[in-house]
Design a protein around this ligand. Structure first.
Ligand code: DQA
Length: 142
């Protein structure tokens, strides 16, 4: 399977911000774990991170138009809670998208309990730290 793991706003600071919530592993270290996991399962994986909503939308379009991936894992960060632009982009493409969050968003502030993306995603994983990305990949493979 060819997979794309996308991270949105503020996730470039993973391992450096709110360590009690998101842990101490950097995004680069998490991506290395994901790469090793995918390699062991015979899958290929690419990564994309942006703090800019439109760049994430463009990447989803590009993945769709180039028929580049069989599945996408998306941790949109705070965009999850209000980005109708990302929601429409996910709805526009026929590649299955798995929503992932490192923290358990349902055990946190009220505003994090709402995702405007979940309805158009294939599935949702949250609360397992870096393991959320791996679980989302397992879900997409099934
Ligand atoms: C997050 C949860 C979001 O609510 C938050 O805005 C993030 C990270 C997570 O991975 O737990 O930036 O998506």
């Amino acid at each position: 399977m060819k997979l794309l793991v996308m991270n949105g706003v503020n996730l470039n600071l993973t391992g450096k911000r709110e360590k009690g919530v998101y842990g101490t592993a950097t995004l680069e270290e998490i991506n290395a774990q994901i790469t090793a996991f995918c390699k062991a399962n015979g899958d290929q994986v690419d990564f994309f991170q942006s703090n800019i909503e439109g760049e994430l939308v463009n990447k989803l379009h590009e993945a769709f138009l180039n028929r580049a991936y069989d599945g996408i894992v998306l941790n949109a960060g705070a965009f999850t809670h209000y980005s109708y632009a990302l929601r429409d982009a996910i709805a526009a493409i026929d590649i299955p998208v798995a929503e992932a969050h490192m923290s358990n968003v349902h055990a946190r502030e009220e505003f994090r309990h709402t995702s405007v993306l979940s309805e158009v995603c294939k599935g949702v994983v949250c609360g397992f730290g870096a393991g959320s990305y791996l679980a989302a990949i397992v879900g997409l493979k099934h």
